[in-house]
Ligand binder design. Structure first.
Ligand SMILES: C[S@@+](CC[C@H](N)C(=O)[O-])C[C@H]1O[C@@H](n2cnc3c(N)ncnc32)[C@H](O)[C@@H]1O
Length: 269
């Protein structure tokens, strides 16, 4: 091989792939964006999160229901359900190292994400850990429909009208935090409700909000469930993929002056 040929070979093999966070929406294949669809059909390596070595991936289920076949190259990445930061960082590192080796071989990696990749997603952990291993790696995010946007559409409740305030929060912050947030929220979206559902139901009953609340499980999936009688869920073990939309119709908002809400100072209350 001449010198030029050798250089060309070096240039070819030194291409580093990029990591693409591919948002797939919350479950209905019809909510996969055109951009995500194009990437999934290109010559990329698929990676997707699993909770354990034997569990299925919800993100993978969405693309399979959309009719896409598994590519030749794919990697399940283990993101177990634990709050132990030490354990988590070990799994994030392992996942990032797996992705890095594929990128270093010159192939792009599409990380499949349910919902939106920028919203409480494992993709954030993966991208951060990968950048810590190699800051030069390019990361692209394809935005998608979030679970709560799709859930609001399913139940026919607008998330926000006119100048409504919307608060989106993982329920794990606890009831005291929800009590505080509710005073400023016309719409409260609670994610990750499973472990605290009984306490949340008591809180909603205390604040007279049961009639204004709705529970949505696996929105967009064939098993989607909408429960308007939220109190009936007391004691039930619901799916992790579930959320609550709570409307707060009696919130004190302050008067409108020249298009802006009048600031209510503490001493005026
Ligand atoms: C780790 S967060 C992921 C959020 C997701 N990236 C999004 O854009 O909606 C997981 C929480 O999102 C909510 N969630 C995600 N997908 C859902 C679905 N299909 N139906 C109902 N809730 C869902 C649940 O509250 C779940 O506990």
């Amino acid at each position: 091989m001449d010198r030029l040929g050798a250089e060309k070979t070096t240039m070819k093999t030194s291409r580093i792939g990029k990591l693409i966070g591919v948002s797939l929406g919350p479950g209905d294949p019809g909510l996969i964006t055109r951009r995500a669809w194009e990437v999934m059909q290109s010559d990329v390596h698929w990676a997707y999160p699993v909770r354990s070595r034997s569990s299925d991936s919800y993100a993978l289920d969405i693309v399979q229901r959309a009719g896409l076949n598994m590519p030749k190259n794919y990697s399940p990445l283990l993101f177990p359900m634990t709050h132990d930061p030490e354990k988590l960082s070990i799994y994030w590192l392992e996942a990032a190292q797996t992705v890095l080796s594929v990128l270093q071989a010159g192939r792009d990696v599409a990380f499949l994400v349910e919902g939106d990749a920028s919203t409480y997603s494992t993709f954030g952990h993966l991208a951060r850990t990968l950048s810590a291993l190699d800051a030069a790696i390019e990361v692209e995010v394809i935005p998608g429909v979030t679970s709560f946007n799709a859930a609001a559409a399913s139940v026919g409740k607008p998330l926000a009208d006119v100048d409504d305030t919307v608060v989106i929060v993982p329920a794990g912050y606890g009831i005291a935090m929800l009590e505080r947030l509710l005073d400023d929220a016309d719409t409260l979206i609670l994610l990750k409700v499973k472990p605290l559902l009984n306490d949340i139901i008591d809180f909603l009953a205390r604040r007279n909000l049961l009639a204004h609340s709705c529970f949505i499980e696996k929105t967009g999936a064939p098993e989607e469930r909408i429960v308007h009688d939220v109190a009936s869920l007391k004691g039930e073990k619901v799916n992790y993929l579930s959320l609550l939309i709570i409307k707060n119709p009696d919130r004190q908002r302050g008067e409108i002056a020249r298009g802006c809400r009048k600031v209510v100072r503490v001493e005026e209350q």
